[in-house]
Write a protein that binds this ligand. Structure first.
Ligand SMILES: [Zn+2]
Ligand SMILES: [Zn+2]
Length: 127
């Protein structure tokens, strides 16, 4: 379980303040839970992603690292396609895609106090 959707290597589990995520030690592809992504995207964008993933009939060649079924390709921005598994509620980022995604610092979350330490952590997460 949790093999990289691109090179097939075992993903490494990591944790940040948003929760757990998995990253490929080789290609830096990244698997993130959709609920986590909701916290760093606007509601409109997140809902749009989810609805498009649900409606999307064409599967990508990439398979979900969790259930090994095909994922649905949806566009986050005009040049950024994400793969979403609507069964596992997981989102796959190809290498560099996470860094390019227009994610916001989750200061909107009342549980998260964005202090100096968190900022550093968030900066690190974006590599
Ligand atoms: Zn990989
Ligand atoms: Zn899946």
């Amino acid at each position: 379980m949790n093999d990289c959707a691109i090179c097939g290597l075992k993903l490494v589990q990591k944790q940040n303040r948003l929760g757990l995520f998995w990253i490929c030690p080789q290609c830096r592809g990244r698997l993130v839970g959709f609920h986590q992504l909701r916290r760093v995207l606007s509601k409109k964008v997140a809902d749009h992603l989810w609805v498009s993933a649900k409606e999307q009939k064409t599967l990508t060649f990439k398979t979900c690292p969790v259930c090994y079924k095909g994922m649905n390709e949806v566009s986050l921005t005009s040049d950024l396609l994400l793969d979403i598994c609507t069964r596992c509620h997981m989102v796959w980022f190809d290498p560099e895609e996470y860094e390019r995604a227009p994610l916001t610092i989750p200061s909107i979350d009342p549980e998260l106090r964005v202090d100096q330490e968190t900022r550093k952590e968030l900066a690190l997460l974006r590599f």
